[in-house]
Design a protein around this ligand. Sequence first.
Ligand code: FES
Ligand code: MG
Length: 556
Amino acid sequence: MIHRSWMRSQGFGSDVFDGRPVIGIATSASELAPCNVHLTRVAEAVKRGVWQAGGFPLAFPTMATGETLMRPTAMLYRNLMAMEVEELIRANPLDGVVLLSGCDKTTPAMLMGAASVDLPAVMVTGGPMLNGKFRGADVGSGTHVWKFEEELKAGRMSQEECFFAEGCMARSNGHCMTMGTASTMACLAEALGMQLPGSATWPAVDARRFETAQAAGQRIVAMVEEQLRPSSILTREAFENAIRVNAAIGGSTNAIIHLLALAGRVGVPLQMSDFDALGRDVPTLVNLMPSGKFLMEDFCYAGGLPVVVRRLAEAGLLHPGTVTVTGKSLADNVSDAQCWNDEVITPVTEPFQPTGSGTAVLTGNLAPDGAVIKQSAASPDLLTHTGPALVFDTAEDYHRVADDPDLDVTADTVLVIRGAGPKGYPGMPEVANVPLPAKLLKNGVTDLVRICDGRMSGTGYGTVVLHVSPESAAGGPLALVRTGDRITLDTPGRSLTLHVSDEELVARRAAWSAPESPYVSGYTWLYTHHVTQANQGADFDFLHGSRGPGVPRDSH
Ligand code: FES
Ligand code: MG
């Protein structure tokens, strides 16, 4: 009586308590996360579908980790959101759940939480914004922020022009419409089999975004009857497919961390090196910013992710038989997918970028547990480079001197930014692709090798070595580099080498002590004590694994 009576205060008749599946709709809408704000409307479409199929839909809010406003970084809160999603699903009397996400971290957080409960779940991402349009040209979220910033610094754009441009860039609801982390994770949710085919690319304001949401509402009711759970979908083969699709779409480096964390939740063994090994023979088919020139709207109208999946499957580059939320296999879902623009989604035989140009995983005495570099976003001539290090303990230290005309920096310099790892910052922010020193920009230098234990925005570009593991704050060798040391980046050889003898490094380590953490209580304390390194997904050590959907003890 307690359960029913209070629910009836919302106006439900007693007939909805007839044993039909109760479907939770986890909604990360928030005005503080503009990429997700329209998800309340998406939830209404999901509800229609649930009612249609004979279920009982109940929407509930989750936190929303908005990428643009949260400090020190939204990534600090991905694990908190995942915990919240997991606990809300388990604590409430739900039979299945629809996950509504959009902005970068919200998609992995939802997937991680749902995977650890393992009730039937389907994802509906909120869709990208319409293409940015500025002075007759397409402008991409994120990507053009960095470009405009450089134009402003180099004196080629005025502040007034920048103010005008920012309104032209984000001109509708939706997440970033470049192939940044949000679009990448939406596509990978589809490639993993967790969202309906075609769902990743419909623009947020397109009628078909709501149509696909309604279809997901219908489908989750059937999934409850079939007891189709994330553990049947998120298999090692599904992750291998996602890694290959990530290479084919020129996806974000952040996907590596999120997939590693998600794999940890379902007990699938996955390592950073898998991304190199599995991505190596996959050509990049999708010509989208930041690596290419188009945007998500173009990708959608060209046929979207189903075309990519079909092309990779036909080339023998995917496991075609993985189970998806449709109940059918990944390849069966897209057997009639058609491409309407081969310039946006290129054929495998004439790819936008050749095989082996995707994200490479490097190791060496500077990154014993690995580091990554997105080759397609880098300058080809810098992928193999040796130069003297210019070291900064924090990104702020660099920013303070970046515009100094006397900064001792040349085009050969290897800029090292440390203290930006999961524990060190904390939260592993997207600060690795720091803007170039003004002195070099004025001389026409457009790129510089940068090495960092932090991340780079999925919309960013440059020859930037990321996710150096272990991070400096955890005592990784990055902590021992000194200005003037020579460093070799050898991307084809997959190595990152600090030319300092082992004896010297031992001596430097003896003199090194870990920076003291100012966090003695609160969530950030919990985070710094329990976050794993980037090569393990930067999840909390105590959240690995699935805790299942068991119904907890009675509350009354
Ligand atoms: Fe939200 Fe880019 S800022 S998706
Ligand atoms: Mg981002």
